[in-house]
Ligand binder design. Structure first.
Ligand code: PHE
Length: 403
């Protein structure tokens, strides 16, 4: 894996852009003057970039996506690669921070000269980096960012997952129709575009089904103590609490809620999906539910083969069950390779045009068809969290909801 030195300010970014311009001009000059060995060697590979949180509070998002991407790249390369070339992924750690995401994507484009980007998972990070990809005309595929604004950045930005207006509706229906609760409280992360958006879509959906929102509390990513908000919520006696956050905070929230005597189910979205959730939240998470992109309980043969291959490859680590990011990272890579094959080209503009025409691509997370807004339309699943005393957890499939 390659890690970049972090560039701390925009002037460095501009310097890089200028340097890249000079480099491009030089390459052009070499091109005119005849053939050059370095070009010939480089052209055996197609370079793609992956930027994600390999460290930090959402580290499992980037790590899992990278595992899925590695598996897909190896599968593609073993069967001959793309257009007779091998795919090569350059990985950059953005530490789960939006500014870093922008910096590393600038580096991947201007220095490494990748033809396409995979990333990010967390919507705020995708939103920070997407304008760089868009203005540089490099196609970007987010495996898992579900906030609707991400692909609205422009026509070079795609995703292989559903979006939050749908995900919010799925959990609103689950609360109202399956759990049959009428009064819900919200606890949202106001630092996260994902959390704020998903909370709003849930509220809209739940009210539409006749439900009532008793209170709407907030926290900021990185917070450790949620006692004040939970105490306020408890006073309203909700029948469930919707917590559309990321696993680190959600795990702590679950523990602190139970400690305060809150016994009602906590509900959430895909941001819960991490084996770390079980470790952090422990048995406090029993009886809680969240929506997700896929379930390992799904008997689909392509999915079961992926689960088995993943375990064979990464099984020695604690997280041998592939989470949704691993599956989406895998599918995003296959969708990208498929677009290059259909385009018969690895030029960014040609890849973009072929990506926009992705229809019925069968992957681990189901069928990917990209709509006119470059979003995938896919079913969601609702999972129940089950954790034993030792913090060993699993997700039990409850239901699947089609768009
Ligand atoms: N959907 C989340 C976001 O947009 C990220 C995520 C995707 C988390 C898939 C877990 C699984 O921020």
């Amino acid at each position: 894996m390659l890690f970049s030195n972090t560039m701390k300010n925009r002037s460095r970014i501009h310097a890089l852009r200028n340097a890249a311009f000079v480099a491009a001009a030089a390459a052009l000059a070499v091109g005119f003057s005849g053939c050059n060995k370095k070009d010939a060697a480089a052209s055996d590979e197609i370079l793609i970039g992956h930027y994600g949180s390999l460290t930090g509070a959402t580290a499992t998002f980037g790590q899992s996506a990278q595992k899925g991407i590695e598996m897909a790249v190896d599968a593609i390369n073993v069967s001959g690669g793309v257009l007779g070339k091998k795919l090569k992924v350059i990985v950059e750690d953005d530490q789960g921070k939006p500014e870093e995401a922008q910096t590393v994507v600038t580096k991947l484009i201007n220095k490494d000269r990748v033809v396409a980007l995979l990333g990010e998972i967390a919507s705020s990070n995708s939103l920070a980096a997407a304008p760089v990809a868009q203005s540089s005309r490099i196609p970007m595929i987010s495996p898992g960012s579900t906030n609707p604004k991400v692909t609205s950045v422009g026509d070079y930005i795609f995703r292989v997952c559903f979006i939050d207006p749908f995900q919010g509706q799925v959990m609103a229906k689950f609360a109202a129709n399956t759990l049959k609760v009428k009064k819900v409280a919200i606890l949202r992360d106001i630092k996260s575009d994902y959390s704020v958006g998903l909370a709003n879509f849930f509220v809209e959906g739940f009210k539409g089904l006749g439900g009532e929102i008793l209170s709407d509390e907030s926290y900021s990513q990185g917070d450790k103590d949620f006692t004040a908000q939970l105490t306020a919520l408890k006073g309203k006696n909700p029948e469930a609490i919707f917590v559309p956050g990321y696993y680190t905070e959600v795990g702590l929230i679950a523990r602190q809620a139970r400690k305060l005597g809150i016994t009602v189910p906590l509900l959430g979205g895909d941001g819960w999906d991490s084996s770390k959730l079980w470790e952090i939240g422990g048995a406090a998470l029993n009886g809680c539910f969240y929506s997700n992109h896929y379930s390992v309980d799904d008997p689909s043969p392509i999915l079961q083969k992926f689960v088995a291959d993943y375990k064979a490859r990464y099984g020695k680590t604690s997280d041998s069950i592939p989470d949704a990011m691993a599956a989406l990272g895998y599918d995003a890579t296959l969708v990208l390779a498929d677009a290059m094959k259909r385009a018969q080209s690895s030029k960014p503009d040609s890849i973009r045009m072929a990506l926009a025409q992705t229809k019925g691509f069968m992957g681990v997370t189901g069928n990917t068809t990209l709509d006119e807004n470059r979003n995938a339309v896919k079913p969601a699943v609702v999972l129940e969290v089950i954790v034993d005393e030792k913090g060993n957890g699993r997700n039990k499939f409850k239901e699947s909801v089609s768009p």
